[in-house]
Design a protein around this ligand. Structure first.
Ligand code: 26Y
Length: 819
């Protein structure tokens, strides 16, 4: 139990909140009100640790990490915070005394969904690990009014519903008006002469006030509380308009609107760049505010800005925060009057960049026109960075136009953010070994050749506190009973479980827990989707954002193939299987949305066909999000990680499944490679092309899927069912686009860009191995336990320690609470 926690005090605090906030006694309270009352009581405990932590940071004058990210996919806070202050048994008891169930209370919290998928969830896992390891760190982001949309499925189609997560207020956030900061957009740059020196001032701009809201990030059992700082936008009062603007009503209204729109909504694009002006505004908004605050905070305690980098490091979560590079330059040049070389040295010693994707459509490139209009001073600085860099390229590679074309920051009318991020920092990292190798040898080859010392790998990880301790309490207790609770903060110790994989009784216990977790998921799906699952069937799960490269389409095509087999032979000997899907498609991604419709159409036909004796069931789980992910991972038997090799930078869902004892069915892509290395190929089901093969084909212009279509009857039959109305009798043409994407070469696009037909036979064969393996329950249980036991490498604690050692160079801090 935390030092700051006392059961009686806590109970009083809950009762007090109930009265003070809702004018109610506990027996009149709704679960939602109870949630609020408990959350505020928890926050009260946390605040003391939060204050103590920052006192300690100040005292020790620590180096601080700013993790700059447009996305933080936090998931619910209450349950995790209770676990982190080590008060779960007590809070559970108190609630029972008051007539409430902690699970039901936790369920009242909206999922703060300020992120899309992998990149945003990784940021959340990193914050958890940083606090638990005791490293001084801020997450810096945007307080979107609407987070990731809620997904409804109607008539098999995805509907997007706004996520009004703040409507009842969010108990854990704290508004910090005293740190509000002005951010300027547009206008023009004026040159003034001051003491014989040129100075640049932005004029005629519009500005907004950035107001921070802080959320506590509670370390596990160590009294450390870090901060996630998300910025809200407010109109600036007329008093701060300069005399030129005074009384300019039009402008005041515009500023009001600008403020409202900037933080209105999270862009729901995952791995796909759309070039929207508002998105660039969002980027500069939160970066300018965060960087200004970081500089001010530093200057409160230090007098020499030249040593800024000794106390500060900025980690750029992909290219989205890259304007931090020119923004820091601007502050150093214009506000502190440093020379270019001085400013550049400080900036490049402060910034570091993480790349999360090699997909070319995810690369951010802003048209010069837009960029310079919105950020005139920043653009000047980018131009100068580019001018100097081009000079250097020319010196190193005289006459080599190719190098200039590929490496320039401003080129072809566009500002290329990845190139700026690489040049503007001291570190470039990929997120899994294979991904980093591809960056070095393919995508970023020219940069790697010029500055090899910057490149390094940091294989992703996940927090076991959320994805085992909180999400899978039955398995967590079982693990603790076998090997003690060390694994909670030292996941590699979980390897001690390996010996129990040999023990028949332990195997049985493990399978019983898996079964209970399948019942829990079945209950969830029944309650939320009205669909019945059979927990005795094998649960085969693919949950992640919907994207062509992730190949949900290959999964459902294989289900269609299996169904054909069953129709041909109703006595087909197979283990009953439930294929579960969960995925949000970006609102404008037509083909992804059509794939959701296809999955649901196939589900409709198969689930209503009594002739197959319930051997296959297909379920699309609505609104996949962090809170139901915890339930889904715990219940999975098979983890589908089937991206086209070379396309998935790392994956992190793959690690969460492994930690919960699901077996991986996957390609040799991203972190799957390292997962297989840890658990052994014999305890996973690997299939498909290698990334080398994929890259070779791509360089040689693709392959011909028509050949497969012509020569493989089973595949041809499945594809024909896409266009003969088999799954859409009212509209046989419905899935034509998907059919075309696999077979028809358009001038712009290769057919079957993601090698689905090419990998399908090998996938089907791997699925047969899965079916065979599952029949041997003893073998399966052993392999599942070995997966759990081998997951030690994939804790985000390990990842963070590597970042600290190689990039951030932070010191651990201990926080003692005064009684
Ligand atoms: C709109 C745009 C520029 C954009 C928006 C979101 C581009 C990319 C993204 C998100 C990317 C993302 O989530 N990437 C994933 O990062 C994970 C954490 O490193 C990886 O595990 C995963 O393989 C990768 O797809």
């Amino acid at each position: 139990m935390s030092m700051g926690f006392d059961k009686e005090t806590f109970k009083k605090s809950v009762l007090f909140n109930m009265k003070n906030v809702f004018r109610k006694t506990v027996d009149e309270a709704t679960p939602e009100q109870m949630y609020q009352a408990v959350a505020y009581a928890v926050k009260d405990v946390i605040i003391d640790e939060w204050i103590a932590t920052h006192k300690e940071y100040e005292k020790q004058d620590v180096k601080t990490l700013y993790y700059l990210s447009m996305e933080f996919l936090m998931g619910r806070a209450l349950g995790n915070n209770i676990i982190s202050i080590m008060a779960q048994p007590e809070v559970k008891e108190i609630l029972e005394e008051l007539g409430f169930d902690l699970n039901v209370i936790e369920d009242q919290e909206p999922d703060p969904a300020l992120g899309n998928g992998g990149l945003g969830r990784l940021a959340a896992c990193f914050l958890d690990s940083l606090a638990t390891l005791g490293y001084p760190a801020y997450g810096c982001g945007i307080r979107y009014r609407y987070g990731m949309f809620k997904q409804k499925i109607e008539g098999g189609y995805q509907l997007e519903v706004p996520d009004d997560w703040l409507k009842n207020g969010y108990p854990f956030e704290l508004r910090r008006a005293e740190y509000a900061t002005e951010v300027k957009f547009g206008g023009y740059v004026n040159t003034v002469w001051e003491n014989g020196k040129e100075r640049f001032v932005q004029e005629g701009y519009q500005s907004v006030l950035a107001v921070p809201y802080d959320m506590p990030i509670v370390g596990y059992g160590n009294n450390v509380v870090n901060t996630l700082r998300i910025w809200d936008a407010q109109a600036i009062n007329t008093f701060s308009l300069d005399s030129f603007d005074r009384g300019d009503y039009q402008k005041a209204v515009e500023q009001e609107n600008l403020a409202k729109t900037i933080v209105e909504v999270l862009y729901p694009n995952d791995n796909h760049y759309a070039g929207k002006e508002l998105r660039l505004k969002q980027q500069y908004f939160f970066i300018s505010a965060s960087v200004q605050r970081a500089v001010m905070k530093y200057m409160e305690k230090h007098d020499d800005i030249h040593k800024f980098y000794e106390k500060t490091v900025f980690q750029l979560n992909d290219t989205h925060p890259t304007v931090a590079v020119p923004e820091l330059m601007r502050i150093l040049l214009d506000d502190y009057g440093l020379s270019w070389d001085e400013a550049w040295e400080i900036t490049t010693k402060t910034c570091a960049y993480t790349n999360h994707t090699i997909m070319s459509e995810a690369l951010e490139k802003w048209p010069i026109e837009l960029f310079s209009r919105l950020l005139p001073r920043i653009y000047q600085i980018v131009e100068e960075i580019n001018r100097r860099f081009q000079q250097k390229i020319t010196e190193m590679y005289p006459g080599n136009q190719d190098k200039l074309r590929k490496m320039s920051i401003v080129y072809d009318g566009q500002v290329r953010m990845a190139n700026l991020a690489i040049l503007g920092g001291f570190s470039v990292n990929g997120v899994a070994r294979l991904h980093t190798e591809i960056l070095k040898n393919q995508e970023l080859k020219d940069f790697y050749q010029m500055m090899p010392e910057k490149f390094n790998n940091k294989t992703n990880g996940i927090t076991q506190r959320r994805f085992l301790l909180h999400g899978n309490p039955l398995l967590a207790q079982w693990v603790t009973k076998k090997i003690g609770s060390d694994w909670i903060t030292n996941l590699p110790h979980i390897h001690r479980l390996a010996i129990y994989a040999e023990d028949p009784r332990c195997r049985q216990e493990f399978m019983d827990i898996k079964y209970q977790n399948k019942v829990r998921l079945a209950d969830y799906v029944k309650e939320h989707n009205g669909i019945e699952l059979d927990p005795r069937s094998m649960f085969d799960v693919q949950v992640k954002r919907l994207h062509e490269y992730k190949r949900q389409l290959m999964n459902i095509l294989h289900v269609m193939y299996l169904y054909n087999q069953l129709k041909d032979n109703p006595n087909l000997d197979m283990v009953p299987r439930t294929f579960l899907f969960g995925a949000k498609a970006a609102a404008g991604y037509k083909r992804a949305k059509l794939t959701i419709k296809l999955i649901n159409a196939v589900a409709d036909v198969i689930n209503n066909d009594r002739s197959i004796g319930g051997k296959i069931k297909v379920v699309f789980i609505e609104d996949y999000k962090v809170s139901n992910a915890e339930i889904i991972f715990a219940a999975a038997d098979v983890s589908e990680q089937i991206s086209t090799a070379s396309k998935e930078a790392s994956g992190t869902g793959n690690m969460k499944f492994m930690l919960n004892g699901a077996l991986t069915l996957g390609t040799m892509d991203g972190a799957n490679v390292e997962i297989v290395e840890e658990v052994g190929a014999e305890n996973a089901f690997i299939f498909g092309m290698s990334s080398d093969e994929v890259i070779r084909y791509e360089n040689e212009g693709g392959y011909n899927p028509m050949e497969i279509f012509n020569n493989n009857f089973e595949i041809r039959r499945v594809l024909m069912q896409l266009i003969n109305g088999y799954y859409s009798p009212q509209d046989p043409e419905l899935f034509r686009d998907i059919y075309n994407s696999l077979l028809n070469t358009k001038s712009s696009d290769r057919a079957d860009t993601y090698f689905i037909l090419r990998d399908l036979p090998s996938y089907a064969e791997a699925q047969r191995r899965v079916d065979q393996a599952y029949r041997d329950e003893a073998w399966w249980a052993k392999a599942a336990i070995l997966n759990v036991a081998s997951s030690g490498k994939f804790t985000s604690d390990r990842t963070i320690e590597e970042y600290v050692k190689d990039i951030w160079h932070l010191e651990k801090v201990k926080v003692e609470l005064e009684e």
